[in-house]
Design a protein around this ligand. Structure first.
Ligand code: IPE
Ligand code: IPE
Ligand code: MG
Length: 241
């Protein structure tokens, strides 16, 4: 049976988040530099975006660079930044043609200026697109996000816009980078690692987790569909019975 035929179109998650992991190992297995793996990961990004669009997912969040990834060798960090800027720049027209809106979460202000400029242009140019929202987590760390939210809440308390009694999970949510985005129902991590690595700690509270052994550059639409099928076999209880 065709994979797509096994997916129930009435139970497609609205939001899927992916930790794209394993680029370095993929390259090393081929006797190449880690950057070669990142370059080949771009193709897997296309596959994931296409599969998400085809299956009716409305939000796809991709973890592209964590706040901890700055600790990698300088040439890898520089190469990744260049690759991000050039691939997003090159894809703008395709994004628009396919109705894909680009959004960014993370501390953009710490990225190289040229990268920021290209990213903001892509965000602006795709802002009217409606078919799928592609959220790229860049220089993203969930603990930093929660600390940024707490800081802003304290500032708003000081100026009297909110009071301590207003602070609830719902208020908290509005201060996160993902304020306008629903929580993911499904999170996929490739490469066989089973950890969150500082990704969406608040938002993943009730998310179904799918761990996939393939290294990110080998990830394809079929892997995405298999994750959706796995998700549809889960019983989501949210603490109830
Ligand atoms: C994921 O692949 C991409 C980024 C973190 C930017 P890795 O670079 O982490 O690859 P491995 O995990 O070392 O194989
Ligand atoms: C998580 O992967 C970050 C991204 C995919 C961008 P890492 O490879 O950095 O995570 P660890 O080091 O294995 O936890
Ligand atoms: Mg990794």
């Amino acid at each position: 049976m065709n994979l797509l035929d096994q997916i129930d179109p009435s139970r497609i998650p609205q939001h899927v988040a992916i930790i794209m992991d394993g680029n370095g190992r993929w390259a090393e297995q081929r006797g190449n530099k880690r950057l070669f793996g990142h370059q080949n990961g771009v193709n897997a990004v296309r596959q994931a975006v296409e599969a998400a669009g085809k299956s009716g997912v409305k939000y796809l969040t991709l973890y592209a660079f964590s706040t901890e990834n700055w600790s990698r060798p300088q040439d890898e960090v520089d190469g990744l930044m260049e690759l991000l800027a050039s691939s997003i720049g090159a894809e703008i027209d395709t994004l628009i043609q396919n109705g894909i809106q680009l959004r960014l979460i993370g501390r953009m202000q710490d990225l190289p200026e040229e990268v920021q400029r290209k990213l903001h242009l892509a965000v602006e140019r795709t802002s009217q697109c409606q078919a799928l929202t592609l959220v790229v987590a860049l220089n993203y760390g969930a603990r930093q996000e929660i600390a940024d939210a707490a800081r802003q809440m304290v500032l708003d308390c000081q100026r009297g816009a909110i009071g301590p009694a207003d602070i609830s999970p719902d208020t908290m949510r509005r201060y996160l980078y993902t304020a306008q985005i629903p929580d993911p129902e499904l999170m996929i991590r490739t490469s066989g690692e089973r950890r969150l690595s500082n990704f969406l700690l608040w938002q993943l509270a009730y998310t179904e987790l799918h761990f996939c052994p393939v290294l990110w550059p080998d990830f394809c639409a079929a892997d995405f569909y298999r994750a959706l099928i796995d998700y549809q076999h889960r019983s989501r209880r949210f603490g109830g019975v």
